[in-house]
Design a protein around this ligand. Sequence first.
Ligand code: MN
Length: 230
Amino acid sequence: MAYVFPPAPPVSLPVAGQADRFAIRRIFCVGRNYAEHAREMGHDDREPPFFFMKPADAVVEHGATVPYPPGTSDLHYEAELVVAIGTGGRNIEKVNAVNHIYGYACGNDLTRRDLQAAAKKAGRPWDMAKGFDQSAVIGPIHRAEDVGHIDRAAITLRLNGDIRQSSDVADMIWATDEIIAHLSGLIEFAPGDLIMTGTPAGVGALQPGDRAVVSINGLPDLSVTIGDPA
Ligand code: MN
């Protein structure tokens, strides 16, 4: 097989304690999955889960500096638990969901909040608010066989050292097994898929020079620095 230009190299993340890397297929994201965050965005706490996506090549690793993105004056952080799928499947039952999980990571779902607000108001897609370049900050993946399954763990985000988000992944409206069950009725999961499971209350703006650190109990911290516009 020949190509008219060289295909992009696979996007991947390191796996803690392993030489081999985790090749990323797709990034699914859950909207409004913590009641307090749903309320701060002006919604009721319980409604069926809904999903949006980021391109795989939006991934940025721990410690990176992300240039302040174009087209926004309201870039936000969102601390999230990331679930890595190791075994594909469709119509996965909630009780079997854990068998499809390879591991977990800390994530920061960078969001152009002003573009998202405009899209919501106009009933338009969120892609340019959520799926822009370098918008998916994700730490190394930790295998479930090493760290266990994470369904209860403190999750915080510190901005320049100050705590801005503080919750527990047990407070997710839709738990990981329910998310996998729902999503696998809409798409067929493949190994390498990631799920960003939603963010707690306390989202806020980032400026050039800011450092945001996501902590989830049982995983190492994930940091990102915002740089000047490219
Ligand atoms: Mn999010």
